[in-house]
Design a protein around this ligand. Structure first.
Ligand code: PLP
Length: 381
C-alpha cells in the first residue's frame, strides 16, 4: 500500500502541467530575459505573460507582481522593503504566531535599524482580537504584518477588517498568504492589502518559486541590488521557467470557493474521528476559523517526534508543526505564543491535506494515529 502524504503544508509535488509548461524555458528557450537578441526577447515575452497570468489570478495588475524565490524571500522583501522605504515612522505591529520569515525580519529591523515592534497577544486558538490591533496602532506605525492563515494550526485572520483598521491609521498592511492560497479566496483588492506574499512549492510549483504583490505606486526598498530586474525591485537574472511554472500552477489550482468547503468537510470528519478515538488528542487552532487543509493536535503526554515515527511506520507521513525551522528540535513557537507549555508544545502533530486527499486516506491516518498513540504510551487499544 502506498504511503498517505499528509504534509502538504510543508511542500507539495510539482504539478506535471506546471513542469511541462516550464520545460521549454529550461531547454530550447533558455534565453536571458534581459538579452536583446530573439532568444532573449522570447524569454522576456514568456516572463511578461507569466506575470500577467499571476496578476490575473490574484486580482492584481502585472506591474504589481515581483517574482521571488519563495515565501521566505517574499516575507523578507515585503516587510523590510516597505518598512525601510516608508518614512512615516519606525513602529510595526505583528504577532508571534507569524512564520519565522516574518519574525526574523522584524527582529532584524529592531536590531539593526532601531524599529520597535508591538506583538499582539493571541488567544489559545491562535486567533487575535481586532480591538487589540486598534489599540496597538500609533501615529508612527508604518507597517502591520499579519498572516492570512497560520501554517501550524491553520487559524485564519480576518484580513480585510485588519487591513482597513491599519489604513484608517495611515499604516501599510502586508499579509503572508503562503498557506491560504488554494484554500481561501485570494484577491488583493478584495482583501485590501498593500502587499501579499506567496510561495510556489505549496501550490504545485517548484521549490524556489514565488511572488509578492506590491500595490502600484508604493515605494519599496529592494533586498537584492544589481542589474535592476523586476522594475528595480529584485535584481538578478529572472527565473523564467519558474515564473511560467508558478503562473501555470496557480491556474491549475481548483476553485477555492468550492474547494475550501469540500475539503473542509473531510477535515472536520477527520478531526471528529481523531477526537473520538484518541483520548489524548486535543485540537489546536480555531475550531471555526481554520484553513480547510490543516488539522493539528496536541497529544497529552505523548511525544510528537515518537508519534511521527510510528505514523511513518504505518505509512502516514505528517509533521510536528512547521517544517521550516530547518529540522530544529525547538518546541513550536506558535503553540508557545498561544500559551501552551513547552512540554505540551512538544506533543504536537499536524496533518495537512491536499486537493487530492480522500476520505479513505484520512480514515487510514486516524486509525494509524490511534495505534501509534497506544504504542508510544505503552497501552494496548
Ligand atoms: N510563510 C508561511 C506561512 C509558510 O508556511 C512558509 C513555509 O512553510 C513560508 C512562509 C516560507 O516559504 P518558503 O518555504 O517558500 O520559503
Amino acid at each position: 500500500m502506498s504511503a498517505v502524504y499528509l504534509d502538504n503544508a510543508a511542500t507539495t509535488p510539482v504539478n506535471p502541467g506546471a513542469l511541462n509548461a516550464a520545460w521549454p524555458f529550461l531547454t530550447t528557450e533558455f534565453g536571458n530575459a534581459s538579452s536583446t537578441h530573439e532568444l532573449g526577447e522570447r524569454a522576456a515575452t514568456a516572463l511578461a505573460d507569466a506575470r500577467s497570468r499571476v496578476a490575473q489570478a490574484l486580482g492584481a495588475r502585472a506591474g504589481e507582481i515581483v517574482f521571488t524565490s519563495g515565501g521566505t524571500e517574499g516575507d523578507n522583501f515585503a516587510t523590510l522593503g516597505l518598512a525601510l522605504a516608508n518614512p512615516r515612522g519606525q513602529h510595526i505591529v505583528s504577532a508571534r504566531t507569524e512564520h519565522e520569515a516574518v519574525l526574523a525580519s522584524l527582529e532584524y529591523l529592531e536590531r539593526v535599524h532601531g524599529f520597535e515592534v508591538t506583538w499582539l497577544d493571541v488567544a489559545r486558538d491562535a486567533s487575535l482580537s481586532p480591538a487589540d490591533l486598534e489599540a496597538a496602532l500609533r501615529d508612527d506605525t508604518t507597517l502591520v504584518t499579519l498572516m492570512m492563515a497560520n501554517n501550524e494550526v491553520g487559524t485564519t485572520h480576518p484580513i480585510p477588517q485588519l487591513a482597513e483598521m491599519a489604513h484608517r491609521r495611515g499604516a501599510l498592511f502586508h499579509t503572508d498568504a503562503v498557506q491560504a492560497l488554494g484554500w481561501l479566496r485570494v484577491d488583493v483588492r478584495e482583501l485590501g492589502v498593500d502587499a501579499l506574499t506567496f510561495s510556489g512549492h505549496k501550490i504545485g510549483a517548484p521549490k524556489g518559486s514565488g511572488a509578492v504583490y506590491v500595490r502600484s505606486g508604493l515605494a519599496i526598498e529592494p533586498l537584492l541590488h544589481g542589474g535592476g530586474q523586476e522594475a528595480d525591485r529584485r535584481s538578478g537574472t529572472e527565473n523564467v521557467a519558474w515564473a511560467v511554472a508558478l503562473a501555470t500552477a496557480l491556474e491549475l489550482l481548483p476553485e477555492s470557493d468550492t474547494e475550501g468547503p469540500r475539503v473542509g468537510q473531510l477535515r472536520d470528519a477527520f478531526i471528529d474521528h481523531v477526537l473520538s478515538t484518541v483520548p489524548e488528542a486535543r485540537l489546536t487552532g480555531s475550531a471555526q476559523d481554520r484553513l480547510a487543509s490543516i488539522a493539528s493536535f496536541t497529544l497529552a503526554g505523548v511525544g510528537g517526534e515518537a508519534i511521527l515515527l510510528e505514523l511513518e511506520r504505518r505509512g502516514v507521513i505528517v509533521s510536528s508543526g512547521s517544517a521550516c525551522a530547518a529540522g530544529r528540535d525547538d518546541p513550536s513557537h506558535v503553540l508557545m505564543a498561544c500559551g501552551f507549555s513547552e512540554d505540551e508544545a512538544r506533543t504536537s502533530v499536524r496533518f495537512s491535506l491536499s486537493h487530492s486527499t480522500t476520505a479513505d486516506d484520512l480514515a487510514r491516518a486516524a486509525r494509524a494515529l490511534s495505534e501509534s498513540v497506544a504504542e508510544v504510551s505503552g497501552m494496548g487499544r
